[in-house]
Design a protein around this ligand. Structure first.
Ligand code: TGC
Ligand code: FAD
Length: 398
């Protein structure tokens, strides 16, 4: 019997575009999307189960991502970018997270949390010092905002910076820092002992007093490097200082990364939908395919509906961003709800796969566990709910 997908002229692989957004992408956006899709198929999908199981992020991947052009893709070509649109950046994130959220985290951090602040707030000397090599993947960057006792409330950070002569001296500890021990440049946010405000610095990690130690006990994001950073009397120069004052500097970078996440998680979610639909078709149960059971179809239908709505949300957010209308609450809504949709899809897929669903031979449990991190970082579900609540009511409930 022809499935609905067949009747609509859709293969299972095209469930990811149920509402036909394809004609709305520019030719260059499709080209970028397709080249990333091929890369993920060839370089990530065949190995990711094993990498994740072993807690391994391949050291050769950054340069491969650089060759692919996905690092800082929205930046101008003179700094190594592609001058790509935000829609293209969203599609890049979605394709990479179809492979794994840890891979997407590497690209997000490098692009949105390291290259973006260097480009937006760095002097020309600082841009030239780091951006071209960050774009090729020759240099790796990390972003240190969170601390052991300051996550959702970064304003309570304990890391301190003080002016000494012509230089600045930083002391503190940062925790949960993606790519921390691999990085040659760290964007560090610290509170000034001079003006009491938050300032950002692009720190060369070979500077004496800097140390990174990996967190090895993760049951999520296992194919991503996550570290604790120790800064003990680390000296940085005036040139290393970013030209922005206050917490808004760091939070403006999060807007970029949260946008990428709103797109990225759709990749993980659609992977789970496709995997669950294919598995249910092949799995005999009570003498018929599992896919013929109403309870299974209901869950697949919910996955398709939630992820399709998420796709429309992400697409319109990209259009708003391209017009400068991506207000923080709009970004919060898309980050929160698309992560919810993907996590729900991954949990359902894992269950539909039964016992096989707990192995990394399939993607569902890996995506599901990764998404627990994605729901936590870049503002937890609660933080984004409270941002929306504050927007609606005007009351700050943090
Ligand atoms: P609040 O008083 O609301 O704001 C302080 C100043 O910042 C401005 N602002 C923003 N500016 C730009 N973009 C935003 N999204 C902004 N949100 C606020 C605000 O206008 C104000 O400016 P000014 O000029 O008046 O001083 O600050 P608050 O202390 O009450 O905190 C608000 C809260 C909770 C929303 C914020 O701190 C928050 O978002 N917390 C969550 C922290 C978080 O998301 N951390 C992420 C760390 S990085 C990470 O997780 C990387 S994961 C790897 C990957 O991405 O793959
Ligand atoms: P907490 O802030 O302590 O939150 C604990 C709980 O309290 C959560 O459920 C939260 O929703 C809830 N909560 C918070 N506020 C309220 C409130 N007002 N009312 C009710 N409940 C509340 N950070 C970086 O700076 N750079 C990185 O590269 C980076 N990468 C990461 C990679 C991984 C794998 C992980 C796990 C985290 C990463 N983070 C990074 C840190 C991440 O941003 C924080 O974990 C996140 O912001 C939450 O902070 P926290 O862990 O301190 O939790």
């Amino acid at each position: 019997m022809a499935t609905v997908a067949d009747r609509l002229g859709l293969s299972k692989a095209q469930l990811g575009d149920f509402y036909d957004l394809e004609p709305l992408y520019a030719p260059e956006e499709k080209l970028i999307r397709d080249s990333v899709r091929e890369f993920v198929k060839a370089e990530i999908l065949p190995h990711i189960g094993e990498w994740w199981q072993e807690g391994y992020f391949p050291p050769e991947l950054p340069k491969k991502f650089g060759e692919l052009g996905v690092l800082g893709a929205t930046l101008p070509e003179e700094y190594g970018g592609l001058g790509a649109s935000y829609t293209a950046y969203g599609l890049i994130n979605r394709e990479i997270e179809y492979g794994d959220a840890g891979m997407r985290s590497f690209v997000s951090v490098q692009s949105s949390l390291v290259m973006y602040p260097l480009y937006t707030y760095g002097s020309e000397a600082l841009r030239q010092k780091w951006l071209p090599r960050l774009a090729t993947g020759e240099v790796i960057g990390c972003f240190g905002l969170t601390e052991p006792d300051a996550g959702s409330d970064p304003g309570s950070m304990q890391t301190r910076v003080k002016k000494v002569g012509n230089n600045y001296v930083i002391n503190g500890v940062k925790r949960w820092i993606t790519s921390g021990s691999r990085a040659q440049v760290a964007i560090i946010w610290a509170k000034s002992e001079d003006d009491g405000k938050v300032h950002g610095f692009a720190l060369d990690t070979s500077t004496p007093g800097f140390k990174a130690v990996d967190i090895k006990t993760k049951a999520s994001m296992r194919a991503s490097v996550t570290s604790e950073l120790y800064l003990d009397e680390v000296v940085v120069t005036e040139t290393d200082k970013l030209n922005v004052v206050g917490l808004k500097g760091a939070l403006s970078c999060l807007n970029q990364a949260r946008f990428g996440i709103a797109w990225g998680v759709l990749g993980a979610g659609f992977y789970c939908l496709e995997e669950a639909a294919a598995y249910a078709e092949d799995r005999p149960i009570f003498g018929v395919p599992l896919a013929s059971k109403q309870m299974i179809q209901m869950r697949l239908a919910d996955m398709l509906a939630d992820l399709t709505k998420g796709s429309l949300l992400a697409f319109q957010l990209a259009k708003l961003k391209e017009q400068g209308k991506d207000t923080p609450p709009r970004v919060s809504l898309a980050k929160r709800d698309n992560v919810r949709a993907a996590l729900q899809a991954a949990r359902a897929a894992r269950d539909i796969l039964g016992g096989n669903g707990i192995t990394t031979e399939y993607g569902a449990i890996r995506h599901m566990l990764n998404l627990e991190t994605v729901a936590t970082y870049e503002g937890t579900d609660t933080v984004h709910t409270l941002i929306l609540g504050r927007t609606i009511t005007g009351h700050n409930a943090f």
